[in-house]
Design a protein around this ligand. Structure first.
Ligand code: AMP
Length: 482
């Protein structure tokens, strides 16, 4: 199927061509004609399927008729996080390059007055997180009676984040005659109920159920010893050996491990960043931006932090841990091999992971190939049993005896900071933003705090006085990762 058979306007088709897209993805060919027919949509699709364009492209076509009035947005897109909202805004900029539409973003961390000014000018597309939207509404600065199209994106994530009451409230504030486009990767009962209440005879388009991993992603398992430092060494070996590695996400199950692994890779001179749920929003957005631009080649992340984020063209995914939730495996792997590109995914497996690995292979209905020898899980279980009997701690226990020294980089690679006592390093690992020496960023707005950093320069402060991690400022060192 070709894009020009879907009913999109000439201006939109020109932007699609400029984006280099050859043909629509399944969600796009399913949803676009229905949106243009003004039907409600229930799109069951995860990120990476081309879902965003499936609503932005027809919306742009429909918005070519009509004009915006002050404080009365014509369309409203609800996103669970600021990053996702910002990504949708980028999509409107990319696909709407031939349109003169006003797009406004209502997210936290930005001053109300700037957002008010945009609303006063008249907004064609309003992209918002639920909380900030309701704040504006309650301040009387926003009227929702003019909304003709409402998009609720990543509904299951909204549920995870406790936004469903806000969504219900917003739905009731928008005229019943609106068109509603609703997207969710999964359909738990609460989401099903919401669609029954707020969608009218929707066209249901379901693509890439979460049990399937893309055909074009080569997946491998790699046996690893269980101790953390041994796993980190195994990961480095995989990184060194990976072919055509352009950029990669390394997933950990625990956010504490994100910090530890990030720190370890840093010490080994990889060009690495980290993303976990406890980092403040602006740091996360900057990190992601640097990863997108290629300034950072490796991104260590937790599942929660990475869910739903559009990170284009990731060549590799590494699972530092086998995820305990089989669906997370599918989400992680979905970060590579997007929109028909080739991707590779490696998973480190220890003797303790059999249960989780079995659950994954059952879910994806195939066995994943081992790179090198497979683990003999039975022997590993016997060994654990014998060790328990002998009163020795499990080899897999995360003990304080972990031999950190065994994974120290070669002396020539070491920097002076590594001579810190191990307890200090571990303490610093606990909180990523605090552990890094803040350095000013000249091209970003700075607020004077009067507080001096160690190198006696003014620290940058954003909103709540957030430090910009020093590694964001480092020159890329593609030596090992590219
Ligand atoms: P999304 O599912 O919206 O997060 O999109 C995933 C990625 O696919 C984005 O980087 C898009 O730019 C890209 N994309 C969207 N539609 C197409 C298409 N028809 N052909 C190729 N790439 C696409």
């Amino acid at each position: 199927m070709a894009f020009n058979t879907l009913g999109l306007s000439e201006k939109v088709l020109a932007a699609v061509e400029a984006a280099g897209y050859k043909e629509p993805t399944a969600i796009q060919s399913g949803a676009i004609p229905q949106v243009l027919e003004r039907r409600d949509i229930l799109g069951i699709a995860q990120t990476g399927t081309g879902k965003t364009a499936s609503f932005t492209l027809p919306m742009l076509t429909l918005l070519e008729k009509g004009r915006a009035r002050a404080r009365m947005p014509r369309t409203l897109i609800l996103e669970p996080t600021r990053e996702l909202a910002a990504q949708v805004e980028e999509n409107f900029a990319k696909y709407g390059t031939n349109h003169k539409l006003n797009v406004a973003l209502l997210i936290g961390g930005v001053s109300f007055s700037d957002q008010d000014k945009k609303l006063d000018r008249g907004t064609d597309v309003l992209i918002a997180t639920p909380g900030r939207l309701l704040d504006h509404f309650e301040r009387g600065k926003l009227l929702l009676q003019g909304v003709e199209i409402l998009v609720i994106d990543e509904a299951d994530r909204m549920l995870d984040m406790g936004f469903i009451p806000d969504i219900e409230r917003i739905c009731k504030l928008i005229p019943f005659t609106r068109q509603t486009l609703f997207f969710s990767a999964t359909m738990p009962p609460e989401i099903q109920r919401l669609t029954e209440t707020f969608l009218q005879n929707p066209a249901r388009i379901e693509v890439a159920p979460t049990s399937s991993t893309a055909e074009n992603v080569a997946q491998f398992l790699k046996a690893a010893e269980s101790k953390d430092y041994e796993k980190r060494a195994a990961l480095r070996e995989l990184l060194e050996g990976a072919e055509d590695l352009k950029n990669a996400i390394v997933f950990c199950n625990r956010k504490r491990d994100v910090t530890t692994l990030y720190r370890s890779l840093e010490r080994h001179e990889y060009n690495v960043g980290a993303l976990h749920g406890d980092m403040d929003q602006r740091t996360r957005m900057m990190m992601l931006d640097n990863f997108r631009k290629g300034t950072i080649k490796l991104l260590v992340a937790s599942d929660v932090a990475a869910r739903g984020l559009d990170i284009p063209e990731v060549s590799h995914v590494f699972n530092f841990d086998v995820p305990s939730n089989a669906e997370d495996y599918v989400h992680r792997i979905g970060r590579t091999g997007r929109a028909g590109r080739k991707g590779t995914a490696f998973t480190l497996v220890t003797g303790e992971d059999q249960k989780y690995l079995d659950a994954i292979q059952t879910l994806i209905k195939k066995d994943i190939d081992w790179l090198g020898d497979a683990i003999d899980f039975e022997a590993a279980a016997q060994e654990r049993k014998a060790r328990r009997k002998a009163g020795k701690p499990s080899r897999n226990a995360r003990s304080s005896n972990d031999n950190e020294a065994a994974e120290q980089p070669k002396p020539s690679n070491r920097r002076r900071s590594q001579s810190k006592p191990r307890e200090v390093v571990e303490e610093q690992m606990e909180e990523l933003p605090e552990m890094l020496n803040p350095t000013p960023v000249s091209n970003l707005p700075q607020r004077q705090t009067g507080k001096r950093s160690r190198n006696d320069k003014l620290e940058p402060a954003f909103g709540a006085g957030v430090h910009i991690p020093a590694f964001l400022l480092r020159e890329p060192r593609p030596k090992k990762a590219s």
